[in-house]
Write a protein that binds this ligand. Structure first.
Ligand SMILES: CC(C)(COP(=O)(O)OP(=O)(O)OC[C@H]1O[C@@H](n2cnc3c(N)ncnc32)[C@H](O)[C@@H]1OP(=O)(O)O)[C@@H](O)C(=O)NCCC(=O)NCCS
Length: 167
């Protein structure tokens, strides 16, 4: 894959993140919850929030100075849940199917495995997002359950799939 750089978001990335999110939101995907634009200033605040949390990370994939993928792992503050986190991810339309998502997730897992005591990553994924499910399965995520009528992204409540990786 040509020169895709993957690294945690840093101060100054807000504008590139905002532009990426605008392209993503314009697609009106029926597989993600993000449905509104985020300003560069708001993204800068997100970067600062993630940087201050030692059990969360916001990873970006760059094609030169253009953000082409995102993966954010959000940990928990509560002592009973500090050993796991939830994540979400996406890749720019032009880059899908070219290995960026796999690299992002592999890096995210590697980072999370380095956090002391951390042993679980989970996410909700729409059952019709078969490409994403194949990616998660290929990295040993398992189907843990169905959240019945847990998501409404296509005009009516539908079942959502819960997947997780533990180690
Ligand atoms: C899901 C998503 C993040 C995957 O990223 P990607 O860069 O396209 O994925 P990759 O090219 O790294 O593919 C990794 C694996 O995913 C699976 N996969 C990806 N796209 C697929 C498709 N259209 N059909 C079947 N499998 C697919 C394959 O198992 C693939 O394995 P391979 O590496 O052996 O080919 C990306 O398609 C995306 O942004 N989709 C829209 C937003 C979204 O749905 N996010 C996930 C919400 S849970």
């Amino acid at each position: 894959m040509a020169d895709i750089l993957i690294r945690p978001a840093q101060p100054g990335d807000g504008a590139a993140m905002s532009a990426y999110v605008s392209r993503l939101v314009a697609e009106k995907l029926d597989t993600i919850l993000l449905n509104h634009e985020i300003s560069p200033e708001e993204e800068d605040a997100v970067i600062a929030r993630f940087a201050a949390d030692d059990r969360s990370v916001f990873l970006l994939a760059f094609d030169a100075d253009r953000v082409v993928g995102m993966l954010d792992i959000r940990g928990h503050d509560h002592p009973a849940k500090r050993h796991w986190g939830s994540f979400g991810m996406s890749v720019d339309r032009d880059w899908r199917g070219r290995g960026v998502g796999r690299r992002l997730l592999e890096r995210g897992i590697e980072i999370a495995r380095g956090w002391p005591g951390y042993c679980r990553l989970e996410l909700g994924v729409t059952p019709w997002n078969t490409g994403a499910i194949a990616l998660y399965e290929s990295l040993s995520f398992v189907h843990e359950g169905i959240k019945r009528k847990g998501i409404n992204l296509r005009g009516a409540p539908e079942d959502d799939l819960l997947m997780a990786l533990v180690w």
